[in-house]
Ligand binder design. Structure first.
Ligand code: SAM
Length: 308
C-alpha cells in the first residue's frame, strides 16, 4: 500500500518509526566501529520499539539469513552516515559555518561531532521527532557541541520561512544534508519544491549531499518486503512500503545540474571506498539496483532570478 497523507508521526509506528530505525542502525554501526554515535542506543530504548532494541543487543535479530537484507542495509546506512560525517568535516575545513540537516530524525550530529567555532547547525524534522530527541538528550545531560537550532516543521510546508525565523542566513554558504529523505518520503512534487527551496537559499559555495531514488521499482519493493517480513517474525508489524510515496521522481543529480549545482554521483561501493571500508560492501550488481544513488554537489553560481 502506498503512502497517503493521514500520517502517524510517533516514534514507534508510522513515519516517525523510520527515524527510530535510523538510530538503531547507528547503534549497531557504533558497536561494529563504523561510526560513533554514543546516543543512538539510548534514543532507541527511549522510543521503546522492542525489535530495534533486540537488534542492537543481539545481531541474530538483524541477520535475515541468506538474503542478509537487514544486515546489508545497516552496513549501507552506517557507511553513508560516516561519509556524511566526513563530508561535513570537509565543509567545515572549507570555511562553511552554516549546516542544515533536512529530516534529521534521531541523528545526533550536533552532539556527537566536532564543529569549528562559530558554526550553527539547523535540524529540521517533524515536531514530534524533534521534541522527542531534544527531550531524551536533555534527560541524558547531553550538550550540543555547536550552536544547535532545531526546527519542528513539516517539510511539505514553508520550512524555509521557519528556518529563517530562527536565524538561517541565505546569504551565507550552507552545507545541506538530506539523509534517507529523498527516497520516497515526499511526493515527487514535494521533493522538487524542496530542491527548489534549497537551491534558492544556497549562496555560492554551498554544498549538498543526499541519497536518492527515482522511483520505488519492483526490485526495491520486493527487497523491502523481504526485511519487513523478517521484522514481522520478531513481532514488529510495519508496512514500510506504506510509509513512502511510490511516484516517479525527478532525478536528483540532473535537477541539481540543471539549477546551478555541480553534482558528483556515487554508487554505494564508492561510498564505502570513500570512507576506507571497501571490504565491507559485499553486494553485487543486483544489490546496486536496490540501494539508492548518492550525490554530492557544490554551488558556484548565483541563484537564477526565478529561484530567488
Ligand atoms: N536522516 C535521519 C536518519 O538518517 O536517521 C532520518 C531518516 S528517516 C528514514 C526519515 C525521516 O524523515 C524521519 O525522521 C521523518 O520524520 C522525516 N520526514 C519524513 N517526511 C517528513 C516531512 N514531510 N517533514 C518533516 N520530516 C519528515
Amino acid at each position: 500500500m502506498a503512502r497517503t497523507d493521514d500520517d502517524t508521526w510517533d516514534l514507534a509506528s508510522g513515519v516517525g518509526m523510520t527515524a527510530t530505525f535510523g538510530a538503531a542502525t547507528r547503534a549497531v554501526a557504533t558497536n561494529t566501529g563504523l561510526i560513533n554515535d554514543p546516543f543512538a542506543e539510548r534514543l532507541v530504548r527511549a522510543a521503546g520499539v522492542h525489535y530495534f532494541t533486540q537488534m542492537i543487543e543481539n545481531e541474530r535479530y538483524a541477520d535475515d539469513g541468506a538474503n542478509s537484507v537487514t544486515t546489508g542495509l545497516i552496513a549501507v546506512l552506517g557507511a553513508h552516515t560516516r561519509f556524511l560525517d566526513d563530508y561535513l568535516a570537509d565543509a567545515g575545513r572549507a570555511g562553511i559555518r552554516q549546516v542544515v540537516l533536512l529530516a534529521s530524525g534521531l541523528d545526533t550530529r550536533p552532539y556527537r561531532l566536532w564543529w569549528p567555532p562559530g558554526t550553527t547547525v539547523y535540524e529540521i524534522d517533524q515536531p514530534a521527532v524533534i521534541d522527542f530527541k531534544t527531550d531524551v538528550l536533555r534527560g541524558l545531560g547531553a550538550e550540543p557541541a555547536v550552536n544547535r537550532r532545531a526546527v519542528g516543521v513539516d517539510l511539505r510546508h514553508d520550512w524555509l520561512a521557519a528556518l529563517v525565523r530562527v536565524g538561517f542566513d541565505a546569504a551565507a554558504p550552507t552545507a545541506w544534508i538530506a539523509e534517507s529523505l529523498l527516497v520516497g518520503f515526499l511526493t515527487p512534487d514535494g521533493q522538487e519544491r524542496l530542491l527548489r527551496d534549497v537551491t534558492a537559499a544556497s549562496a555560492p559555495g554551498s554544498r549538498f549531499a543526499a541519497d536518492h531514488i527515482s522511483a520505488w521499482d519492483p526490485l526495491q519493493l520486493e527487497a523491502s518486503r523481504g526485511f519487513v517480513d523478517r521484522w514481522r517474525q520478531f513481532g514488529l508489524d510495519i508496512d514500510l512500503t506504506g510509509l513512502v510515496y511510490q511516484g516517479d521522481y525527478s532525478d536528483v543529480p540532473t535537477y541539481l545540474a540543471d539549477h546551478g549545482w555541480q553534482p558528483v554521483e556515487r554508487k554505494v561501493a564508492e561510498v564505502f571506498a570513500a570512507v576506507g571500508m571497501a571490504d565491507r560492501w559485499r553486494g553485487g550488481r543486483h544489490d546496486d539496483a536496490i540501494v539508492p544513488g548518492y550525490v554530492t554537489a557544490t554551488r558556484s553560481g548565483m541563484p537564477r532570478a526565478e529561484e530567488r
